[in-house]
Design a binder for this molecule. Structure first.
Ligand code: ADP
Ligand code: LRH
Length: 496
């Protein structure tokens, strides 16, 4: 038949994958072609992404995607999304200058103070609407100031744009991801020149902006050959910020006016609401809510919550402690479900959890410091982490309602965390709201949906794309249960 096949490259902080999607009226299917781990590397005191290993994963994935096509089929297009804020610097010839630095690297320590010396935090927020995170691209550029690499740089490419450049030879800056640099004005969707000027950032480093749905070149002859693909294969700009793509595929009714909140849970939990315009109030700044740009001119008003990162790091610690034979996630989650609820909770927003390493000890230390019982085994540690995460979801959803003056009747939980039934149940209980869990591969689906619409296989706005997700993807429903007062008490304990 005339079905079109789209490849979605989705790079998460914990793994990368290439998925093949088919989309048309009434149809939306996704198959995993290839998944590969994303393992950062520390060299000489700096934490880097292994970007060539990721690129190799992308090439392997495109080759595998080609093999999933029926007969002598051709990919209709490729779209790329990844985590935000990070970037590569390139010289005038387009050669990458060093490995992209990981947003968890310590070079941005003291970023808030350094930035405040240039521009008051209130003014920076009014101009960019962005939460303060030490790793915002703006802070990374300040930390890199005076380095030979930055001096030699003639181009700055955000990670998905860097992958797209290597695949096509064409440079661009996709807008949703650009909005996480803290150099974009969310009201205009264009660069904030006053901010760039004040901080001495040369905006000519960034290639021209493009929007989700815009053409972004074609796979080069070299890439086609290497991946055994038949050309031409266009690359299409998608919501290249993974969270933009994930929220585009939330199976909600309508756009942000549909009384829903979302929690996109993977390495991070991004919890908030969708709006048509940014909220730039002082209250929003004080609550460290961000305004990131989404697909079709939407704004994500949300808070970054630490997400499943502490769990990932605990697993890594237990695994290396046991010579690679640590407890399995499924087993731990089963035991954690039976562990005593809300025995101790930590502040999942604490920047003290940002860096890698020693996570079980750090969780225990946080419990001890706040006068709570210390988890006695891995299952109790997992329970503490998930209770704490659910509590942070509760606070973020409540704050989003208050700050944006929105009704919220349902919480959509998407991303890898949707596979964690305990987390979904705890989130429903903590929020006191029904949770609809899934899809787990929301970012890849959002990526495919935008490509399919650009190719003419789908039509209409976000509401239509979302209803296609709702009617085609398996979802789980969790009604709120349990002891409401217990969550209120836990919140008081964490918030002081
Ligand atoms: P990212 O895109 O940030 O790399 P993902 O959205 O892929 O993150 O989510 C990864 C997380 O999903 C893992 O850290 C894990 O906690 C969770 N997860 C994945 N598979 C399962 C599973 N089968 N059961 C429970 N949780 C899972
Ligand atoms: C999630 C994410 C999030 C950003 C963080 C750096 O993958 O893109 O939206 O804040 O990574």
């Amino acid at each position: 038949s005339g079905a079109l096949f789209f490849a979605a490259v989705d790079l998460g902080a914990s793994s990368g994958r290439v998925m093949v999607g088919t989309a048309g009226p009434g149809t939306l299917r996704l198959r995993e072609a290839h998944r590969f781990p994303n393992r950062p590397v520390r060299v000489g005191g700096t934490l880097y992404w292994d970007v060539l290993a990721l690129y190799r994963g992308v090439l392997d994935g495109l080759r595998a995607a080609g093999r999933l096509l029926p007969g002598p089929g051709r990919l209709a297009s490729v779209g790329i999304d990844s985590w935000a804020v990070d970037h590569g610097l390139l010289d005038a010839s387009g050669t990458l200058l060093g490995n992209p630095v990981h947003y968890r690297d310590g070079r941005t320590a003291g970023a808030a103070e350094r930035a405040a010396a240039v521009m008051p935090a209130e003014e920076l927020y009014a101009a960019t609407g962005l939460q303060h995170q030490p790793f915002n691209t703006l802070h990374q550029l300040l930390a890199a100031r005076g380095t030979p690499v930055l001096a030699a740089a003639r181009h700055l490419l955000l990670i998905p744009d860097l992958i797209a450049y290597w695949l096509t030879g064409e440079m661009g800056t996709e807008l949703t991801n650009a909005s996480t640099t803290q150099l974009v004005d969310p009201r205009t969707g264009d660069w904030s020149r006053p901010v760039a000027e004040a901080f001495g950032v040369d905006l000519s480093l960034f290639p021209p902006l493009r929007r989700p749905g815009d053409p972004a070149g074609e796979l080069s002859a070299e890439v086609l050959r290497e991946c055994g693909l038949t050309g031409p294969v266009p690359v299409t700009a998608v919501g290249s910020h993974d969270t933009a793509s994930a929220v585009a595929a939330v199976p909600a009714q309508g756009r942000g006016d549909g009384r829903f909140a979302y929690v996109a849970t993977g390495t991070w939990s991004l919890a908030g609401v969708e709006l048509d315009a940014p909220v730039l109030t002082e209250a929003s700044r004080a609550a460290n809510f961000t305004n990131e740009l989404g697909v079709d001119g939407t704004v994500r008003h949300l808070r970054n919550v630490m997400g499943l990162w502490p769990l990932q790091e605990c697993l890594r610690a237990w695994e290396s402690g046991a010579g690679g034979r640590g407890p399995r996630l499924e087993t731990l989650l089963r035991r954690a479900a039976k562990a005593p609820p809300l025995r101790s909770v930590v502040d999942a927003g604490d920047p003290g959890f940002l860096a890698p390493g020693r996570m079980p000890e750090r969780v225990a230390e946080a419990c001890r410091r706040t006068g709570q019982p210390v988890p006695r085994d891995p299952a109790e540690t997992v329970r503490c982490v998930l209770d704490s995460l659910a509590l942070a979801h509760r606070r973020a959803v409540a704050d989003a309602r208050r700050l944006s003056d929105r009704e919220v009747a349902v919480v959509h939980l998407v991303g890898g965390g949707a596979r964690n039934e305990l987390l979904c149940r705890l989130t429903a209980d903590a929020c006191g709201l029904p949770v609809v869990a899934g899809p787990a591969e929301a970012a890849a689906l959002g990526n495919v949906l935008v490509q399919a619409r650009a190719a003419g296989a789908l039509h209409g706005g976000l509401a239509g794309l979302r209803s296609l997700v709702r009617s085609t993807q398996p979802l789980r429903h969790h009604g709120p249960m349990g002891d409401r007062d217990a969550w209120r008490r836990a919140e008081a304990a964490v918030c002081g």
